[in-house]
Ligand binder design. Structure first.
Ligand code: R5P
Length: 291
């Protein structure tokens, strides 16, 4: 029994202040469980509502793509400047220091590669995901692709079931079917399918036209992938325009780790996402950055 010497009677009941109900800051995630909201709050900054995710999961379909030959050399020094790291379990276990404190969004499906038919994937065992203490599971969904639409949608459904059971949010990743146009009409459908099947947030691509309609109709936050490597000013402009259209952040890979100055890109993107810097200033910041 605790020592009762000097015991003080409880008195601070705060009668003048009703207990606050905590409303949750992320779109469409108000009614989730505590574990899911807590993990989402590690990925998205509660002050800005946004996130800078650093994606380096490309190897599971592409092998050692440029910039990811040695993840320990290229990605590890950048992790502290991201809000969240997105990678596969192989890279996490073999290269990422377990002492790092950033949340991980784990690529949680795998299967076919660029050498055959993409997206015929199966998902990781959730017990293995739990062992890695991750903050979210990312699963690809390829709407409109005859060969893989059904299996990838089932993968998402199953992963959301597991995520809800164990309090782990799910990122639905829109993979564009081979014959699909990469336009707002397609991404409205693809992001909505992810959200309707229970994804807690969705990753998609920016579109020059109508991206605000993609964001508006998706009931959960959207983060954008960077896509193929662009000149730095264009990549920063893409991030800025996506944020202006209502995105809640980025999950970028090649436009960071294939840049001439990856750390400067990380910091410029961070300024756009969290400090509302415009793309012109962000590009100047990138150019001036010495490292
Ligand atoms: C795609 O499925 C992968 O998840 C990549 O992580 C994603 O495309 C983001 O990387 P990038 O900005 O290079 O497109």
């Amino acid at each position: 029994m605790a020592d009762m010497d000097g015991f003080k009677e409880a008195a601070a009941y705060g009668f003048d202040q009703p207990q606050k109900n905590n409303s949750f800051f992320l779109k469409g995630n108000e009614n989730r469980g505590w574990g899911i909201q807590n993990r989402l709050s590690r990925i998205f900054n509660p002050k800005t509502g946004n996130t800078v995710m650093l994606a380096c999961d490309h190897g599971f379909i592409m092998g050692p793509t440029s910039g990811l030959e040695r993840v320990d050399l290229s990605i590890n020094p950048l992790i502290e400047y991201a809000d969240c790291l997105m990678c596969t379990r192989g890279i996490l276990r073999s290269v990422i220091p377990p002492s790092m404190s950033k949340p991980v969004c784990l690529r949680s499906d795998g299967g076919t590669t660029i050498l055959t038919e993409l997206n015929l994937n199966r998902v990781y065992d959730v017990e293995d995901v739990i062992r890695m203490n991750v903050s979210a599971m990312a699963v690809m969904v390829s709407c409109g692709d005859k060969a893989s639409e059904q299996i990838t949608t089932h993968n998402l459904v199953h992963t959301v079931d597991m995520g809800e059971k164990y309090g782990i949010p799910v990122l639905g990743v829109t993979a564009v079917g081979k014959d699909m146009a990469r336009d707002a009409r397609y991404f409205r459908l693809a992001t909505r399918v992810c959200a309707e099947n229970g994804a807690h947030f969705v990753k998609t691509y920016f579109t020059d036209e109508g991206f605000e309609t993609v964001v508006a109709q998706c009931p959960v936050p959207i983060v954008i992938a960077g896509g193929k490597k662009l000149p730095e000013n264009e990549a920063l402009d893409l991030a800025y325009r996506a944020m202006q259209a209502g995105a809640a952040g980025v999950d970028m890979g090649r436009n960071v780790f294939q840049s001439e100055k990856p750390l400067a890109m990380m910091k410029a993107i961070y300024a756009i996402v969290h400090e509302n810097m415009n793309s012109k200033d962000a590009f100047e910041f990138y150019n001036d950055f010495k490292a």
